[in-house]
Write a protein that binds this ligand. Sequence first.
Ligand code: AMP
Ligand code: MG
Length: 481
Amino acid sequence: MNFSNEYLNLGEVYSRPSLPAQVKSPKLLLWNEILASQLGFRFKPDQAAQYFSGNEVITGSKPIAMAYSGHQFGQFNPHLGDGRAHLLGEVIDNKNQIQEIQLKGSGQTPFSRNGDGKCGIKPAVREYIMSEAMHALGVPTTRCLAVVATGEDIYRQTSTPGAVLTRVATSHLRVGTFEYFAARGMHDKVKALVELTINRHYPEIDENNDIKYIQLISHVIDKQIDLIINWMRVGFIHGVMNTDNTLLSGYTIDYGPCAMLGVYDPETVFSSIDRQGRYAYGNQPWIAQWNMARFAETLIPLIADGGDEAIKLVAPLIEEYSDKFKQAFSLMLAQKLGFKKNSTEVADISHVLLDTLLKKQLDYTETFNLLTESLQSGTKFQSFENEALSNWHNDWLKRLRSEGQTQKEANRIMRKNNPLVIPRNHHIEIILDDVEQNLTTDAIDEFLQVLKSPYSKTPKIAKFQDTNPNSDLNYQTFCGT
Ligand code: AMP
Ligand code: MG
């Protein structure tokens, strides 16, 4: 296996050498066979347990903890960094793409502050299931290679089995990484990060051209819009959209307090510490815009005069975000309703539907799936008895006809955009409680199998399609646990 250490070689200020902690009796709990073969990893389970618990360092790996800052709930914190993660290095996958391999929950680092550097089994398995589900839903995301139970208990509110998660990402370059150096006035270090980001994620940008900074901001914004549109499409609520949890690659990272939207309500929040609803489902687009402004600020000193002139060049990119997002959002909704393109009339129909879902407290995923199926059967849509939606349904069919869409074509578009199944909160919780108590994975395997094909009717799907609005009502998720 060929490990490279590109991030380490960027320079010593970007990270600190740090070895993962030794653990008592590592047991490989989850192993992502498909991802492993894409990475060229072939290990026996015992060997994998040693490597991906951090007990043994893989040949060629030089583990480091990465430095970063971040705006957390709007407040700048200059001192973050990997407090419980170790970057082992990078490998090239079978698509010739660089992939960073990182252990999470692998012990203290120079950035741990007062933390124990550990991770409980529940958050580790949550990240594994959620990220694999998101990947299958077609949402850009970091992946999980493994969860290893450490055989040691850790202490949160009570004691719980510890675990180490292996995360795979095209990079761990965060907005917070840029903020770390910009806040310290180390603008040449920001410059080197720009180079790495362009090489790794945006090779279409000409590095030798002065407008590369503006282009980078613009490209990163476009990727971010695409990401948030996908979150909104499948009803994903990230829960902690701090700038240290925002990747330049535009991939989802950090599955701490995330959850799925059940009953449609833009104000839905599940994270226990998000008392103001800053990271509510419907706020996500505008928080991402705010995060992009924080990113752009880190590049201002490198642009033009580094002052007013630079701001004049950058500000329009942030302002344009709103219109770009609204357009992309309308198109996404149009596609969820089977239209090829958006129009004022289509946007009206879509928004009336969302208003009705809100008023009638209907489930987001279930409704769009039933609408999709109503076209599949070719019969009149009958699933909702309430007056509001059956009238709406007639208007919708009329609009499809006047846009020249056949029922078959509309159904095809809808099937690609509306999942039959998502990792619903109550199922996640049942499965996490089970793994915490029994350290077995049968329930997880069955769930993952269904989540692997969210747009198809697989044999065991019905078991996981049920909604549970009552359980969602009091549902709470937690950060950094
Ligand atoms: P997160 O909420 O996972 O995005 O983490 C925010 C920051 O807290 C990051 O710098 C983490 O490395 C750090 N952190 C979270 N949990 C722990 C822990 N148990 N020990 C040390 N650092 C932690
Ligand atoms: Mg984080």
